[in-house]
Ligand binder design. Structure first.
Ligand SMILES: Cc1cc2nc3c(=O)[nH]c(=O)nc-3n(C[C@H](O)[C@H](O)[C@H](O)COP(=O)(O)OP(=O)(O)OC[C@H]3O[C@@H](n4cnc5c(N)ncnc54)[C@H](O)[C@@H]3O)c2cc1C
Length: 356
């Protein structure tokens, strides 16, 4: 018997893959609520599930980058990115889990557990024994905390609202700040509604107000708040201990550059499903399949975070001179041709030297 805590994308997708007897416990009454996400999925989601237009609200074909000094660069995407309705997306995955025979329990918050020969789970009104426990319970995972797998994990704070306005439906815009370690975004659902937010380490309310002033959006146009915390990936963190496993945000499976975690959480779920099936070492498989990519994202994010205002202005100006072609966001580090541009290498070397 496998018990999964959390009915978000990682837990639901895992439940749709396992061949064992599976119970999934979600603390909220409704799957997919509250929403704390922008819902951007890169094309690689199609390697995991077949995409159903019911949960796709928009397709993005271009990304615009804006520097602190308002330098702009717009590029096309090799594959359109999907903007999903998280409520419908999460429920679609739960439907797949049910079809696979998993039992889904809502209004069921895991309060505590103990690990001996059997694992004992404590909910408000019942206690259950299970052979395997999976923490797919998001960034504040009780499973990770109680198992000692959190290990000083760091977090970013995402602050986002849906807002009314006039937007270009095909373009998602990213704003870099350069002083505090944050960036902002405007991601359209359609011409009239966009998801507007920032992510950073501290001073978020003040930075968010500054961001709204910059993009000239008034708070009276807000429709719904969708804020939440985002874990920072740590290559050395362990994701299992005895028969307890972590996936998705609970394990910090998030890209440090964009802070997107849905696809990587689901990829980790697929890896866990095959590790359990084949009796293989989950941590080893994770490192092999997604660890290197997530590590590269964390190194790139660390490098970019030191650019400063002038660095970002210069970088965006430089990108304007370089033909990115149709950029593949699923393979950002395989665009080796980019790194053969002498001006880009020179810029990156100077950024590296400046900070040493
Ligand atoms: C503002 C913001 C914007 C984001 N934008 C994007 C984006 O555009 N693209 C992207 O890929 N990622 C984005 N992310 C990250 C993304 O939301 C997460 O990576 C993703 O939701 C992780 O899925 P998960 O299933 O691992 O965890 P979650 O979606 O957090 O699901 C965990 C589930 O566990 C439940 N749970 C928690 N504790 C318990 C308990 N004790 N008992 C029972 N149930 C419990 C929760 O209620 C929740 O339903 C964003 C995050 C934020 C905050």
């Amino acid at each position: 018997m496998i018990s999964i805590i959390g009915g978000g994308p990682s837990g639901a997708y895992l439940a749709s893959l396992l061949n064992d007897e599976v119970s999934l416990y979600e603390e909220h009454a409704i799957i997919g609520r509250p929403i704390q996400c922008t819902g951007i999925l890169t094309h690689s989601i199609k390697e995991l599930i077949s995409v159903n237009d019911d949960f796709v609200v928009n397709k993005i074909r271009k990304i615009k980058l804006i520097s602190p000094g308002n330098e702009e660069y717009e590029f096309g995407l090799k594959h359109p990115e999907l903007i999903v309705d998280r409520y419908k997306f999460d429920n679609h995955l739960i439907d797949l889990a049910r079809e696979n025979g998993a039992e889904i329990f809502t209004n069921c918050k895991l309060r505590d557990f103990s690990v001996d020969n059997k694992i004992k789970l404590k909910f408000d009104d019942k206690e259950i024994e299970t052979d395997i426990l999976v923490g797919a319970d998001g960034p504040n995972s009780i499973v990770a905390r109680r198992t000692g797998l959190l290990n000083g994990r760091k977090y970013k704070i995402g602050h986002q609202y849906t807002a009314k306005g006039e937007f270009d439906k095909e373009v998602f815009t990213v704003y870099f700040n350069g002083v505090k370690n944050y960036f902002g975004w405007v991601v359209p659902e359609n011409e009239k509604i966009a998801r507007i937010g920032i992510v950073g380490d501290e001073d978020i309310p003040k930075l968010f107000q500054g961001f709204l002033d910059k993009i000239k959006v008034n708070k009276k146009n807000f429709v719904e708040c969708q804020s939440g915390v985002i874990p920072v990936f740590d290559y050395n963190a362990k994701c299992c201990d005895r028969n307890v496993y972590l996936v998705g945000d609970a394990a910090g499976h998030v890209k440090s550059t964009t802070l997107g975690g849905i696809v990587y959480g689901m990829r980790a779920a697929k890896i866990l499903a095959s590790a359990l099936e084949a009796g293989e070492d989950y941590d080893r498989l994770l490192r092999k399949e997604i660890g290197r990519e997530l590590w590269l994202h964390s190194k790139a994010a660390e490098f970019l975070s030191k650019f400063g205002e002038e660095g970002w202005d210069e970088f965006i100006k430089l990108l304007r001179k370089i033909d990115l072609g149709k950029f593949n966001r699923d393979k950002p580090f395989s665009g080796l041709h980019l790194f053969l541009k002498p001006s880009l290498i020179y810029f990156l070397m100077r950024q590296g030297i400046k900070r040493n």
